[in-house]
Design a protein around this ligand. Structure first.
Ligand code: 5MM
Length: 345
């Protein structure tokens, strides 16, 4: 393990004004996104969509520090035969890879999941390093019970998922790959922001204990957390300022200063909501780690709609991606203003 190199990569992932593009949708998930524009979920369509994103300038070179890829994509080539990973590195961005095998039902715990993918991971990581990946991602899924049901998440679910995240992180570092650790507390539900705070704190404290117990070097990791936010079906949703305040308070209580950076997931927030939350946090607080984005939907929804699967919409889709990348790049510096949404890219 080369710790200096791991730290260098981690710092580059959260460089000022930049963040991560989460383009690691598994085949099923990208299928749902394509269904929204009436497009077939074929390998060529998946390639065309991602090739369009990775060729977008100045978004890629100015605002996207790294791209999280799916297994198919890291092996795929653009229409002209150039490896998709080369498009990313040519833009000065870093290829990364999702290595978990998805969230599966947790035995004996109805409504809860455990993320799988540890078997054979050492060999897969060596292979991915060969293919150019310099960081990886593993997502644990934590649901919050509805109607005030406090039994979900269970301690069993948190412990097993955080243990698995730490096992994954240790294997990544052994392979000279920076692990993004993503304990996602899911936004769906009727829960309050206070309940989201409680569960996020529980997950993060358990995660950092597991990372310590398993010898993971924090300087060579990135945290990808959810924001502390009201459930989507809660009728009395917290304001943007409250989300920013409580998220910062929770992270400040749980995340050691040695962590090189935090890159949030958007988790189903609207594009503008995700951007505004990020900018408020960066503008109002001086924290030990940079905070940026690792958005999937909040970066891709607008360009996907503009593209609609049609070659003639390529330029419009790239303009939409340029715009969202720039807005989020500004938010990572605390310099975004909602009125900038009217500006063209
Ligand atoms: C891109 O979506 C990733 C999940 O894909 P699968 O569910 O198909 O495995 C997801 O992990 C994503 O990286 C993060 O949740 C961030 O994406 P959002 O859309 O929440 O910002």
């Amino acid at each position: 393990m080369d710790l200096d190199q791991l730290n260098e990569i981690a710092c580059a992932m959260v460089a000022p004004g930049k963040g991560l593009l989460a383009a690691d949708e598994s085949t099923g998930t990208i299928g749902k996104r394509f269904a929204s524009i009436g497009l077939d979920n074929t390998p060529d369509n998946r390639r065309d969509w991602r090739e369009m994103l990775f060729r977008t300038e100045p978004a890629m070179s100015q605002h996207i520090s790294g791209v999280i890829l799916y297994d198919e994509t890291i092996r795929q080539s653009a229409k002209d035969g150039t490896a998709l990973t080369k498009l990313i590195t040519d833009a000065g961005s870093i290829p990364g890879i999702k290595v978990d095998m998805g969230a599966k039902p947790l035995a004996g715990a109805e409504g809860e999941t455990i993320t799988e993918g540890l078997d054979g991971l050492r060999d897969r990581l060596a292979d991915y390093h060969e293919l150019g990946a310099r960081f990886a991602k593993w997502r644990a899924v934590i649901n919050i019970g509805g109607n005030g049901d406090e039994s979900v998440p269970s301690q069993y679910c948190i412990n097993t998922n955080m243990h698995a995240l730490a096992r994954y992180a240790a294997l990544c570092q052994e392979a000279n790959i920076v692990p993004i650790v993503e304990p996602e507390v899911i936004m769906d539900g009727d829960h309050t922001i206070e309940r989201c705070y409680e569960v996020t704190e529980f997950a993060l404290k358990t995660l950092y204990r597991e990372l310590f117990d398993q010898g993971v070097v924090l300087e060579g990791t990135i945290l990808k957390p959810n924001m502390v936010i009201s459930g989507t079906r809660n009728d009395d949703r917290a304001s943007r300022e409250e989300v920013a305040d409580m998220t910062v308070q929770c992270l400040a209580n749980c995340v050691p200063a040695a962590v090189p950076g935090i890159a949030f997931l958007s988790g189903g927030q609207s594009d503008e909501e995700a951007t505004e939350h990020l900018t408020i946090m960066n503008e109002a607080y001086d924290l030990p780690w940079p905070m940026t984005f690792s958005y999937g939907r909040a970066l891709q929804a607008a360009p996907l709609k503009a593209w609609a699967g049609k070659a003639e919409n390529y330029a419009a889709a790239q303009a939409a991606f340029n715009h969202r990348a720039r807005m989020n790049g500004l938010a990572s510096l605390g310099e975004y203003k909602p009125e900038m949404e009217k500006e063209t890219a």
